[in-house]
Ligand binder design. Structure first.
Ligand SMILES: NC(=O)c1ccc[n+]([C@@H]2O[C@H](COP(=O)([O-])OP(=O)(O)OC[C@H]3O[C@@H](n4cnc5c(N)ncnc54)[C@H](O)[C@@H]3O)[C@@H](O)[C@H]2O)c1
Length: 440
């Protein structure tokens, strides 16, 4: 099949590459020439395990192409995936300007039948808006070209994106006509040879499914974080509680870890957008999700509060080593990352910080361009030099079993604040390290 992917970011680049991997001809479009240049030069603009090799392999095989030429991209694929960003607007709703621009571009240049697929996470009703935008452009041109609009939300996780796309748990397709449904079934057939994973539904349900999934996952995290804060006060250990409840198959172990708050490009913005959609379009106050968001906003400051409780509110003259900047392991993505709040809290209290992250340090420099009291170390051990304490924010594998003797030797005082509960409190005690986890 001939496929155009509009937006070559985390979702677009992974989707386009995986679709090429199974034999399709794919053209990825982006309006950012810098991104396309990086790919044309043999690199990729993001860090995602295994992606660079897969891109190179499919480019070499002649199945995967990149462009900034909108007209060419529109002409190319019968299937047009819209995978552009939907960042939060000032009021928390999803900003639809990139999706609308992509839809209008299709309307401006299409000359034959297209299946336009919303892969971006978009509010309920967006397929109708995309339909209207394309129709308007066709009307302006005075032409009548047939097209279908489909909702096909993406469920991949950064850090495991290729596996998630190649072996999906489910493929949600919201469709209003048979021709588009047939195209989507054919497109996804190679990804579900073992058994059918395609769940066909109406368009609005598909749009809502994506928000419901992220809202549910965010709810589990905020729930566990609140219980962790409670466990601390009551003298219980949230890790024991987690095992105790996770063993119930109705609850399950997944997504039950407490920590220093969720971040990333999806949960914070999608929870906000769903709250806003409910309020604006249905007059409904989503009380649970409002609480999920408030709990998470507070949780991002728990590490900063613990540091101040230990060292005092005034941190002038104190220096901290910070391990982990990305919002989670195996990505360089720092959108809404907890590390940003921790760093801001520490700097605001007068401290200096040396951070290390295996992949996200360039991103961090973009987030904190002129911060003289924030520096970066070349590795995790170097970050510890002359620090009063170590603060762990991201659960990178290489942080999980560090050399505690070297940590003790390098730090001015053996103190660890662990925002991911990577270490065992009893072991820390045995080693003579003052240890502050979350809910332990
Ligand atoms: N990142 C994730 O893990 C993830 C997972 C599932 C769903 N999503 C959703 O997928 C969508 C994309 O997310 P992302 O993380 O890939 O975003 P991203 O910011 O990494 O990429 C979006 C890309 O679209 C490009 N773009 C913007 N307008 C364009 C246009 N008119 N034509 C062509 N290109 C254009 C931008 O330059 C950018 O490169 C969002 O709605 C997001 O919520 C993301």
């Amino acid at each position: 099949m001939k496929i155009t992917v509009i937006g070559t970011g985390y979702v677009g680049l992974v989707s386009g590459t995986c679709l090429a991997e199974v034999g399709n001809e794919v053209l990825c479009l982006d309006v950012d020439p810098a991104k396309i240049k990086i790919i044309e030069d043999g690199g990729i603009p993001i860090f995602e395990p295994g992606l660079q090799e897969m891109v190179q392999r499919n480019v070499a095989a002649g199945r995967l192409h990149f462009t900034t030429d909108i007209e060419k991209a529109t002409q190319f694929g019968t299937i047009q995936f819209i995978a552009v960003g939907t960042p939060p607007d000032e009021d928390g709703s999803a900003d639809m300007k990139y999706v609308t621009a992509a839809a209008r571009n299709i309307g401006k240049y299409m000359t034959d039948y297209k299946v336009i697929v919303d892969k971006s996470t978009v509010p309920v009703g967006t397929a109708d808006a995309v339909h209207a935008a394309v129709s308007e452009e066709l009307k302006t041109r005075g032409v009548d070209v047939p097209f279908s609009v489909v909702s096909n939300p993406e469920f991949l996780k950064e850090g495991a994106a290729i596996n998630d796309f190649m072996k999906p748990d489910r493929i949600v397709v919201g469709c209003a006509d048979e021709q588009a449904a047939l195209n989507m079934r054919a497109l996804y057939a190679p990804f579900q040879r073992n058994h059918d994973r395609l769940i066909l539904m109406d368009i609005r349900s598909a749009e809502l499914t994506k928000y419901a999934a992220n809202a549910m996952l965010a709810t589990r995290i905020s729930f566990m974080n609140e219980l962790a804060n409670l466990a601390e006060r009551l003298g219980a250990d949230i890790e024991s509680v987690r095992k105790g409840i996770g063993s119930d198959p109705r609850i399950g172990y997944d997504f039950l870890y407490s920590g220093a708050g969720y971040g990333g490009s999806c949960f914070p913005k999608d929870v906000k957008a769903l709250i806003k959609t409910a309020a604006d379009k249905a007059g409904i106050d989503l009380k649970v999700l409002n609480a999920v968001e408030a709990a998470n906003d507070a949780q991002k400051h728990v590490l900063g509060s613990k540091v101040k409780a230990h060292f005092g509110a005034d941190l002038k003259g104190k220096h901290f080593a910070l391990w982990g900047l990305a919002f989670k392991a195996n990505t360089d993505d720092m959108r809404e990352a907890t590390s940003c709040e921790v760093i801001k809290d520490l700097l605001a209290a007068g401290a200096t910080v040396t951070a290390y992250d295996p992949e996200a340090m360039n991103e961090a420099k973009r987030h904190f361009p002129d911060e003289s009291r924030l520096s970066y170390a070349k590795n995790q051990t170097a970050a510890l030099e002359k620090a009063d304490a170590l603060i762990v924010v991201t659960e990178w594998k290489e942080f999980r079993s560090p050399d505690f003797d070297s940590i003790k030797n390098k730090l001015k005082s053996p103190v660890i604040f662990d925002g991911r509960n990577l270490f065992e409190p009893t072991e820390m005690k045995r080693l003579g390290i003052s240890y502050f986890g979350i809910g332990r």
